[in-house]
Design a protein around this ligand. Structure first.
Ligand code: HEC
Ligand code: HEC
Ligand code: HEC
Length: 148
């Protein structure tokens, strides 16, 4: 009985040691998963209500936001601005550089914006069927980032 108990304890100890060694790896893996987490446009809405409204009226992209077949990295605010889990906190968001370090993607010039659109608006993209993409027309026809 005592021997058996001892054996169980020894096993428990070994298990604990293994766990101890694995723990950093486990938590690290969890962190990477968290870094790439998509939080959804509703989270952005809390602090950017006007932009959310504009996005909602921007029907083509809103339609894909509501389509469950389209994965989170291809829809909503985060399809263009990057996964929000790490930058969505107020103290990070209000610091532009810190937000960028935490995954926020912003577009500083027309070339960058055009490259963004063309990531999806190309012929071989299975998620949409726009045959010809005219940047100047398309840019004017979507709302929140349209010229003020
Ligand atoms: C807790 C409030 C909060 C949440 C949640 C939030 N933001 Fe922000 N965001 C801010 C603040 C504050 C600023 C800086 C001031 C401003 O431009 O309104 C900002 C700025 C931005 C900018 C402009 C950066 C620049 O300088 O050009 C973008 C783009 C942005 N947020 C996108 C998002 C997206 C996408 C989400 C959802 C994943 C989101 N935000 C969620 C508060 C928030
Ligand atoms: C189709 C891509 C796309 C989507 C979807 C998108 N954005 Fe943007 N966003 C951009 C681009 C491009 C700019 C830069 C516009 C400019 O410089 O005039 C921008 C600019 C911004 C800015 C800074 C300029 C401003 O108008 O205050 C904020 C904040 C922002 N977006 C938040 C959001 C939020 C919140 C959502 C979702 C409700 C969203 N965006 C959805 C592409 C997108
Ligand atoms: C993450 C992918 C993605 C990005 C990035 C993206 N779009 Fe779209 N866009 C879509 C999808 C999906 C549709 C729906 C079209 C369809 O189903 O045929 C669409 C539709 C549109 C439409 C309506 C159809 C048309 O071509 O007249 C316009 C306009 C448009 N997008 C403009 C833009 C502009 C401008 C940008 C860059 C600022 C942009 N999009 C970036 C995915 C994207």
């Amino acid at each position: 009985m005592t021997r058996q108990r001892h054996g169980v304890m020894a096993f428990g100890g070994t298990f604990f040691l293994i766990l101890l060694f694995c723990l950093p790896a486990l938590t690290q893996e969890k962190r990477t998963a968290q870094e790439t987490a998509y939080v959804g446009a509703d989270t952005c809405k809390a602090c950017h209500p006007e932009l959310f409204e504009a996005f909602r009226k921007d029907t083509p992209h809103w339609k894909s936001y509501e389509d469950p077949k389209i994965p989170p990295e291809r829809k909503g605010c985060e399809a263009c601005h990057g996964a929000g889990s790490d930058y969505k906190a107020m103290n990070i968001m209000k610091d532009r550089n810190l937000a960028k370090q935490n995954g926020l993607i912003i577009y500083e010039n027309e070339e960058a914006i055009k490259a963004l659109c063309l990531k999806c608006h190309k012929k071989d993209n299975p998620y949409h069927s726009v045959p010809e993409f005219n940047f100047n027309i398309a840019w004017k026809s979507i709302s929140h980032y349209a010229p003020k």
